[in-house]
Structure formats: C-alpha cells, structure tokens
Design a protein around this ligand. Structure first.
Ligand SMILES: Cc1ncc(COP(=O)(O)O)c(C=O)c1O
Length: 383
C-alpha cells in the first residue's frame, strides 16, 4: 500500500473489515436496528471516517458520547440520527437542540433545560430515558419513572423516543447471573410504561457482548462498539459464546498502526537504552528508533515488554517508551534501514500484533489501547 511518504506514523482503517463486521452483527441482530457507537473518535478509528463507512452501509444511527462529537458529525454533513450517550450539560441543551441531537436523559434538571431550549427554538427534542438496572452509572431508579414521566408529559416539545440501560458485568465473566438480573430490572421499567399504555418505540440495552450472547436483550436497537471494530469485548465473551454453543462471529480487526524507522544505530555490548537506563544490551546491538511515544497512545507500560514488526519480523522494545519515541532491537533483522515501515498493531507478512496482545502486556483492555491512539495521527482508509 502506498502511504504518503511524509507521514512518520499513521493509522490504517480497513473498510472491508468494517463492512464485514457490520454484516456479522446485522446477521445476529436480525430486525433490530444497529447503532454503531462512534464515541471517543470511533474508539480511536476516526469519527468522520467511520461515520462515512456507516453511512455507505445505510446505517441510520450513530452513538456519540458528547454534544461536541455530535456537532462534528453534523458540521461534516451527516444526517443520521445521532444519540448522545454521555452527559449533555444544562448549558449545552441549546446546542443539542440546534444540531438535532437525540439525548440520553437521567435528571429532571436536564429534561427541563432541553424542554426550554426546544420551546425557544420551536423544535422537538427526542429523549432516551436511561434507567438504573444495576450498573450504578447514569440512570434513574425505576421508582422515579413516574416523576420523570410527569415532567416529560408537561412539555409538548419533548418526545420520549427511547428507553435504555447498560450492562455492568457482561464482558468480565462467563456467568450470566448479573446480566439476567439487569434485564429483569429493565423489564420492570418497560412494564411501567406498558401498564399505562405509553408507547416508547425504541428500547435498547445491548452492547457488543449482549448482541453476541443474549438475543433477548436486542429489542429494537442495539448499541454496538468494539465488535464493529473487529475486536472481541473480552476473552470471556468468546468463551461464553462457545459455551452457549453459538457460532462464533468472525470479527476482522479494522485498525492497523504503522510508523517509519527514524534512525538505525549500532551500540556496544553493555550500553544502556533510554530514560532510566532500564535496559542494558547483552551483545553488540542494532537499535531502530521509532518516532512514536506515550503521547501518541503507545502506553509507557509497554516499555521493555512489547514488540513491533519490521520486514515481517519481531523487534522487541528496549528501554522505556518516551513521550515521542521508543527504541527496538533489530540486531536479528540486519536488513532494517531508515524509514522502513514499522507495525505497532496489525499484520506484517505472516506475523501480527493485536490490540489484545498489547492490552495484556499493558494490563488493560483492547478498548483502551485503540481509543487512546492520539486523534491527531492521520487515519488512512485501505480498501
Ligand atoms: C452506553 C454505552 N452503550 C454501548 C456501548 C458499546 O459497548 P461495546 O463497545 O462493548 O459494544 C458503550 C461502550 O462503552 C456504552 O458506554
């Protein structure tokens, strides 16, 4: 692939892999509509780029975290329904209405602020009420639904379009006790509205893991993030999938992260490498300097732990990851030269490095590895 020679590092987005993952989820979800979760720069994949791919697949929904992300999408011309999953501050209510963003709500104050903004702008605003089912993050207790509904009813500009919740313990375990408990609580909320003949067209609580494992959580809309980027929510989800006798999805990682070698140098046996002199060579060593650091999202905990691929071969990280550089040992890859392509995540030849591997080394999860890749690094589509 020909990438702009001036780039010192870049992120490749495999459009075919994304389309494939969407198809895998659509098969699972059947009639349920798919809302790709594109918050946090589309989990590091590039907000606008992923939104464009979703648009090309006739996907009607996008899930963002903030009003700012919603505005970026609108300013780029996206017409899809955009749901803000995070917090819309009281002062942002006006902007949410102006940019036709749908909002997840869980406070009376925010509902009132949205009603006021909508009334001033002579518009309607679509609300998705979040109920607390056991995650104890955002959400209203089920016993407060009546009070909230009384408030919503007062304002003709408010449309209660959705009822939602979010699972706490679906990725970290193969035990389905807690998701089932949360689903039961969600059903209590659904019943509250049903008993009063109040129709809420969209119910949603399904993330990637729930979409894969529990069809009973699909309802009308599913908010899917990590899986669409070709990564499993966790090993436990994969195991649960097998234990339940379900056909495993074939997910294809969408993101690769590459850079160019900034310098190749020979150092003597016994030389120290990098800050803190945490690595000392045990032989005459050839080092390649990689122009990527923890500022870019290559975690410092990968110091002396991870490896990259150059010319299809593994080059271990030596010394500490700095803010903008790290060094790798290329003694056993003598053909390495200046500006050779380096793979931090992705395939090179017959070998690969996955976000999951880096996550294990860094003591975190694949979500964090990809979502923290600095948004300023160019994202390039490969198809
Ligand atoms: C409210 C909400 N819904 C859906 C998702 C998507 O979850 P996943 O990436 O596991 O599919 C997230 C992700 O953090 C979320 O916070």
């Amino acid at each position: 692939m020909n990438v702009d020679k001036s780039l010192t590092q870049w992120v490749e987005i495999d459009a075919a892999a994304f389309r494939h993952n969407v198809a895998e989820f659509r098969t699972r979800l059947g009639q349920t509509e798919l809302m790709p979760v594109v918050k946090s720069n589309a989990y590091g994949h590039g907000l606008l780029l992923i939104a464009r791919l979703a648009e090309s697949l006739a996907i009607n929904w996008l899930g963002v975290n903030s009003v700012e992300e919603g505005i970026l999408l609108r300013q780029a011309g996206f017409q899809q329904k955009i749901l803000v999953l995070g917090y819309v501050s009281l002062a942002q209510a006006k902007l949410a209405v102006e940019y036709d963003l749908r909002v997840v709500v869980y406070n009376l104050e925010n509902i009132r602020a949205l009603a006021q903004a909508a009334s001033r702008q002579k518009k309607k605003v679509y609300l998705h009420l979040k109920v607390e089912t056991g995650t104890n993050r955002q959400g209203i207790p089920i016993k407060m639904i009546g009070k909230i509904w009384q408030e919503i009813k007062k304002h003709p500009e408010l449309v209660l379009e959705g009822l939602s919740s979010h699972f706490a313990n679906i990725e970290d375990t193969t035990d389905d006790y807690y998701p089932k408990y949360q689903l039961e609580n969600f059903h209590q909320a659904i019943d509250w509205f049903r008993q009063r003949n109040i129709n809420i067209p969209l119910r949603h609580m399904s993330c990637s893991a729930a979409s894969i494992l529990f069809p009973e959580t699909h309802f009308e809309l599913a908010r899917v993030g990590i899986g669409l980027y070709g990564l499993w929510p966790s090993k436990e989800t994969m195991v649960s999938c097998r234990l339940r006798g379900k056909e495993a999805l074939r997910l294809k990682p969408v993101l690769s992260w590459r850079a160019r070698v900034a310098q190749v140098k020979n150092v003597a046996r016994g030389a120290y490498v990098g800050y803190g002199c945490t690595y000392r060579t045990t032989r005459p060593t050839r080092l390649a300097v990689i122009p990527v650091g923890y500022y870019d999202g290559y975690d410092r905990s990968l110091s002396n732990a991870a490896y990259v691929l150059i010319r299809g071969k593994r080059a271990p990280v030596r010394g500490r990851v700095c803010m903008n550089f790290f060094m790798v040992d290329v003694t056993d890859i003598p053909e390495v030269k200046l500006e050779d392509q380096v793979t931090l995540i992705g395939k090179d030849g017959r070998d690969k490095i996955t976000a999951d591997q880096l996550a294990t080394l860094a003591g975190t999860i694949n979500y964090e590895i990809v979502s923290r890749i600095n948004p300023s690094i160019p994202r390039v589509i490969v198809d």
